[in-house]
Ligand binder design. Structure first.
Ligand code: LLP
Length: 427
């Protein structure tokens, strides 16, 4: 669990360091990441899925320090672009511990992945099967691949982050036979491609295990078809990521152990029913590992009480460091963290400094009525999909990521500067 604590003076500390000290040393806004918490989550997943493979989904948040932690904690890594692959390789992640995703990988990305000896390429289209086969032949290797199957599950999450219903871009649909055809095409390239299994990812920020049950049921169904048609029992299934975390007290997430047990049981039961050997399981948690381990530290700039409505509290970041509220209508909480306050709570909306009114960080919050300019606010659970989806909107430099552990703080991603922004401007 997060090492954040509130001291007697009301100041919150994390990893043994007070937020005032962090703000003074590193400035605000900043993402503050509790390394111990991140590592503990890695361990919890690793232990819960002993005998299976855990691929951390790098899209949630990736930098070289994170790759180092994954390496040390025995996790593998899922990357979905050449850029993520480059970070993984730069930080010394062995190729075989990397899985390469993406619905439209470029030929260059495929060649790089094959060249780096990535352990799995998750093929997502018919074109890509041909491209990976060509790249593997060129490199003189036999590339391990998984076929990404769209199982037709409606995951109960925001439309933009649900990925296994049929009317979307990912994978090969089970219905209508595209997935089976994908398997046929991969098997036709036996010299260049080794089909190790099937992959399904149904969406993100999911709490209900029912979607995973249906997904596992349908994936095992295809394994059975593959055995019947081709006489091969594929040794692996990867059920993707998607496990939800608590952004607010309304969310009630499952822990890795509970999930491992549920998935293991479903797959074992389905395989027993079909008379199949139980394949090795893989999962790809991103948010569930990175999300809870960080908060964003902001400084308040202005406080505008709107009579009869609420108070607008502006902070020094906004939609450029957390687009999730605007994009997915995501809920967050916020707390005053740099001092104590006995003031009565007031309805507040925490907004950023960008030039649009949709620039909201926390839509509905209660903050102490005496919040004022210079106060520090923390928005928890911003470790996943905040820094990784940050932008330079309004030419606002992206905040740093500060890792804290054992009373030490270090920059693992530095703050962007105006110079960084101008460096890209070709004049
Ligand atoms: N595996 C695959 C193939 C995925 O596409 C994803 C997420 C994951 C694993 C990791 O899912 P997680 O365990 O983190 O839910 N930007 C959105 C989330 C998009 C997720 C995309 N794929 C957000 O901020 O909520």
């Amino acid at each position: 669990p997060l090492t954040a604590r509130r001291g007697d003076d009301g100041v919150v500390s994390i990893g043994g360091i007070g937020v005032r000290e962090l703000a003074e040393e590193f400035g605000t806004p900043a993402y503050v990441l509790d390394e111990q918490d991140f590592r503990e989550r890695c361990r919890a997943w690793r232990e819960a899925f002993a005998g299976a493979d855990v691929f951390y989904a790098g899209k949630a948040f990736l930098c070289r320090a994170v790759v180092g932690w994954l390496r040390e904690e025995g996790l593998n890594l899922d990357v979905c672009s050449g850029g993520e692959l480059a970070v993984a390789l730069a930080a010394g992640m062995p190729g075989e511990r990397i899985a390469m995703h993406g619905n439209n990988k470029s030929v260059a990305e495929i060649e790089r992945a094959v060249g780096a000896g990535v352990g799995r390429i998750v093929v997502d289209s018919f074109e890509e099967i041909e491209r990976v086969a060509v790249a593997a032949r060129l490199a003189g290797v036999r590339q391990k691949v998984l076929v990404r199957v769209t199982v037709g599950v409606e995951a109960h999450t925001h439309e933009f982050i649900a990925t296994a219903h049929e009317d979307q871009k990912f994978g090969l649909a089970l219905a209508g036979g595209d997935a089976a055809e994908g398997v046929r095409r991969v098997l036709a390239h036996r010299d260049a491609l080794e089909l190790v299994g099937l992959h399904s990812h149904i969406g993100s920020q999911i709490f209900d295990m029912a979607g995973f049950e249906v997904s596992a049921h349908r994936v095992v169904g295809l394994l059975t078809e593959v055995r019947d048609e081709h006489g091969v029992e594929l040794p692996e299934i990867d059920l993707g990521g998607g496990l939800g975390i608590a952004y607010t007290s309304d969310d009630d997430p499952r822990g890795p152990r509970e999930i491992a047990k549920a998935l293991g049981e479903i797959v074992a039961r389905e395989c027993e029913f079909a008379g199949l050997r139980v394949p090795r399981l893989a999962v790809e948690p991103g948010r569930a590992i990175a999300g809870p381990s960080a908060f964003t530290l902001y400084e308040v700039g202005t406080v505008k009480p709107l009579a009869g409505l609420r108070t607008y509290v502006s902070v020094d970041g906004g939609m450029s460091d957390n687009i999730r509220t605007a994009l997915y209508d995501a809920d967050y909480t916020v707390g005053l963290v740099g001092r104590a306050s006995g003031a009565a709570p007031m309805p507040a909306r925490v907004v950023g400094k960008h030039c649009e009114s949709g620039d909201i960080v926390v839509r509905d919050a209660y903050l102490p009525g005496d919040v004022e300019a210079g106060d520090l606010l923390a928005v928890p659970a911003t470790g996943a999909y905040c820094r990784s989806m940050a932008s330079n909107y309004n030419h606002v430099p992206r905040p740093p990521v500060i890792a804290v552990a054992d009373g030490q703080a270090r920059v693992i991603v530095r703050r962007e500067t105006e110079e960084d922004l101008l460096r890209l401007d070709a004049g």
